[in-house]
Design a protein around this ligand. Structure first.
Ligand SMILES: [Zn+2]
Length: 159
């Protein structure tokens, strides 16, 4: 994601992205948002929804109960948004399966927050990661979600 969009997210959601600017020993957020700019509106909307829900739950942004973004990235062609919501160093995990591959992923400690995240992650399979146009989940050498134009360009670049 480009610098402008990245800074906009950090600026508008400082509590959620309080790890921004920390070193790579401390957080995966040192990599910023490891996905294309086409998903910026989706990530922005999800960030807003998470903070609204945290407010509704009566959480305090000054405490570790407030959702903390651990990592935001593209994986297997769709969005992954990892958060923690407690001060213990033991994050909650769930097993995620994709074809033959299995991996552990962190999940939010509160179900209503994780539901928002799951919804956005599913939605990312319908939005071109590159430009934000309606996209289709595609499987080939690797998986990605692109619109027709970006897919054509991608295929031509590979030749
Ligand atoms: Zn596109």
């Amino acid at each position: 994601m480009n610098e402008q969009n990245t800074q906009m997210l950090y600026q508008d959601f400082p509590a959620l992205y309080r790890d921004a600017g920390k070193s790579m020993k401390e957080t995966c957020m040192c990599w910023g948002f490891s996905c294309g700019d086409g998903w910026y509106p989706l990530v922005y909307q999800l960030s807003a929804q998470i903070e609204v829900e945290a407010q509704r739950l009566g959480l305090d942004p000054q405490t570790e109960a407030w959702p903390r973004a651990l990592q935001v990235k593209e994986k297997f062609g769709t969005l992954r948004f990892y958060v923690s919501m407690d001060d213990s160093s033991e994050h909650r995990y769930t097993l995620e399966q994709f074809g033959q591959m299995k991996s552990l992923r962190p999940v939010a400690g509160i179900e209503s927050v994780q539901a928002l995240i799951s919804e956005a992650e599913e939605k990312s399979a319908t939005i071109c990661e590159h430009c934000g146009a309606p996209g289709t989940f595609r499987q080939g050498g690797w998986c990605r979600t692109l619109c027709e134009d970006c897919e054509t360009k991608y295929q031509m670049d590979r030749r």
